[in-house]
Design a protein around this ligand. Structure first.
Ligand SMILES: [Zn+2]
Length: 437
C-alpha cells in the first residue's frame, strides 16, 4: 500500500452546519498554529445533519477547499464523513478523506459464537496480568471476561471492518483516514475493554487513526461536562496508555489517537486532558461541531435589528416544539424546562440579554444552559428559514466570524492545547510543539 494518508497530532473536528463559517474556523487554527499548537482542521458533518439541512457532502468539501484557498492555508486539512454506516456512506466517498465509521448500533449484539471463540483463541496474550506502562496496577483479564467483551463488541468491530473495506475498495486504502466511533451508546467503555476492542480492530486490518470511545460522565450538547472529573481524568490517562501499548502490540498506525466527541464545550475537562496529552506526548482529535452554529446565533443577536429578530424567531419556534426537537437528543441534553424563558420574554430581550443567556460564559449570571441546549438542537429551524437565514449570515458575516473564531480559539484550542498563560507568537518562528505553560 502507498503511504497512508495520516492525521496530524492535534486536530479539530469543526462542524459547519450552514456552510458559511469555514474561513472563520480556519482562522482559529491559524491563530493556534502561530502560538505553537499546530491544529489540523477537519470539517465534519453527519448524514443526519446533511439531511436536516438539505445539503450534500460535496458542499462541505467545496467549503473547506474554498476556505483553505482564500486564507492560504498550506498545511493539511480534511473532510470527515461523520458517523456514517454502510447504508449512508456512498454519497460521502468522493468528497471525504476522513470517515467516522459508527458501529454503536451493533454494540451489545452478539457475534457468531465461532467468531468469538476464534478471537479469544487468537489472543492468549490478553489473558492474565498485562502490565501497561503508565497504568499503576497491571490489568487482569480472565478468559471469561474476554468472551464477555467479545460478545459485546466483536460484531461492532466486524461491522467496522465491512464498512472500512467498502470505502477502501472505492477510494484506495491509503487515501483516507479511518475513525471508529462507539460513543453513541449507553455505557462507557473501560480502558481494558478498549484494549480488547483495539486488538479486534487490528485483526480486521483497519488502519485505525482515531477511536472515539464513550467516556464516563455526561457529554451534553453545547454545555460543560457533567460527571466525576477525577474519574474521567484517570480513565482518559489509562486510555492513552492503552492506545500507546496497542500501537506497539498490534501494529496499529503510530498516529492512532483518541477522538473525543465532545458535544462541544467541555471546558472543565480540557485542563485534565491537556495534562494527560503532555504526559504521554499524545495527540488528540476533538469534535466540537455544534458550538459554531450557536456562535452564528450569538453573532446575529449581537448585530441587533433583523439579526436579533431572526434569533428571537428561531427561539420562539424552538420553544413551541421543545418536545419534538429534544426527543432525538434525549441522552445528550439535560434541559430544565422551568428555566426556559417564554417566547414573549425573549422577544422583548435586547441584544445583550440574548447574547448573555446564550454565550457559554459560566461566570455570567445571565448564562442559561437550558436555553443554550434547546437552541443547540434547534438548527432545523434555521434550515427551514432557507435563504432568509443564509442571507442574514452573509449580511452579518463580520460580527459572526469574530464570534466563531474567538470561541474556537479562546475557549477551546487555548485551554486544551496551550494551557494557561499565553505567549505571543514571535515573528518568523514556527514552533511545532504545543507551548505548555
Ligand atoms: Zn459522536
Amino acid at each position: 500500500m502507498n503511504q497512508l494518508l495520516s492525521l496530524g497530532k492535534f486536530s479539530f473536528g469543526m462542524g459547519d452546519r450552514f456552510g458559511h463559517q469555514g474561513k472563520a474556523q480556519l482562522q482559529a487554527c491559524i491563530l493556534a498554529t502561530q502560538l505553537g499548537a499546530e491544529v489540523v482542521p477537519v470539517w465534519n458533518k453527519s448524514n443526519r445533519e446533511h439531511s436536516f439541512i438539505g445539503t450534500e457532502p460535496s458542499s462541505l468539501r467545496a467549503e473547506a477547499d474554498a476556505a483553505v484557498q482564500t486564507l492560504g492555508w498550506e498545511k493539511s486539512y480534511h473532510v470527515d464523513a461523520d458517523h456514517i454506516r454502510l447504508e449512508t456512506v456512498d454519497r460521502f466517498i468522493t468528497p471525504s478523506d476522513f470517515f467516522t465509521i459508527d458501529v454503536a448500533d451493533s454494540i451489545g449484539k452478539p457475534a457468531n459464537a465461532a467468531d468469538v471463540k476464534a478471537f479469544v483463541d487468537r489472543h492468549p496474550e490478553l489473558i492474565g496480568q498485562i502490565s501497561i506502562p503508565h497504568i499503576d496496577q497491571p490489568i487482569s483479564i480472565s478468559r471469561a471476561e474476554i468472551e464477555r467483551v467479545a460478545n459485546k463488541f466483536l460484531l461492532a468491530v466486524q461491522d467496522a471492518g465491512k464498512i472500512y473495506r467498502h470505502i477502501a475498495q472505492a477510494k484506495g486504502e491509503a487515501n483516507f483516514i479511518t475513525e471508529v466511533s462507539m460513543d453513541e451508546t449507553d455505557s462507557p467503555q473501560t480502558p481494558h475493554e478498549l484494549l480488547i476492542i483495539l486488538a479486534a480492530l487490528a485483526d480486521e486490518k483497519i488502519p485505525l487513526q482515531t477511536i472515539a470511545p464513550k467516556f464516563t460522565g455526561r457529554f451534553n450538547k453545547g454545555v460543560d461536562y457533567v460527571g466525576d472529573i477525577r474519574q474521567f481524568e484517570k480513565e482518559f490517562n489509562e486510555d492513552l496508555a492503552v492506545i500507546a501499548f496497542a500501537i506497539g502490540k498490534y501494529g496499529l498506525p503510530a498516529t492512532l489517537k483518541l477522538s473525543v466527541h465532545s458535544g462541544s464545550d467541555k471546558f472543565s475537562i480540557y485542563e485534565p486532558m491537556r495534562r494527560a496529552l503532555k504526559k504521554f506526548d499524545a495527540g488528540v482529535h476533538i469534535k466540537t461541531a455544534g458550538t459554531t452554529w450557536l456562535e452564528e446565533l450569538i453573532g446575529l443577536a449581537e448585530a441587533g435589528g433583523d439579526g436579533l429578530a431572526i434569533a428571537q424567531e428561531i427561539y420562539a419556534y424552538a420553544i413551541e416544539h421543545v418536545d419534538e426537537f429534544c426527543a432525538p437528543y434525549a441522552t445528550v441534553i439535560d434541559i430544565n424546562k422551568a428555566k426556559l424563558p417564554t417566547a414573549a420574554a425573549v422577544n422583548g430581550w435586547t441584544s445583550s440579554q440574548f447574547v448573555s443567556a446564550l454565550r457559554h460564559d459560566q461566570s455570567n449570571p445571565q448564562f442559561n444552559p437550558s436555553f443554550r441546549q434547546l437552541l443547540h438542537v434547534s438548527f432545523k429551524v434555521a434550515a427551514k428559514k432557507g435563504d432568509r437565514y443564509l442571507d442574514a449570515l452573509k449580511k452579518h458575516e463580520a460580527i459572526i466570524a469574530k464570534n466563531v473564531t474567538e470561541n474556537l480559539f479562546e475557549r477551546h484550542m487555548k485551554p486544551l492545547l496551550l494551557g494557561g498563560s499565553q505567549k505571543q507568537p514571535a515573528k518568523g518562528t514556527s514552533r511545532l510543539e504545543p507551548v505548555n505553560a
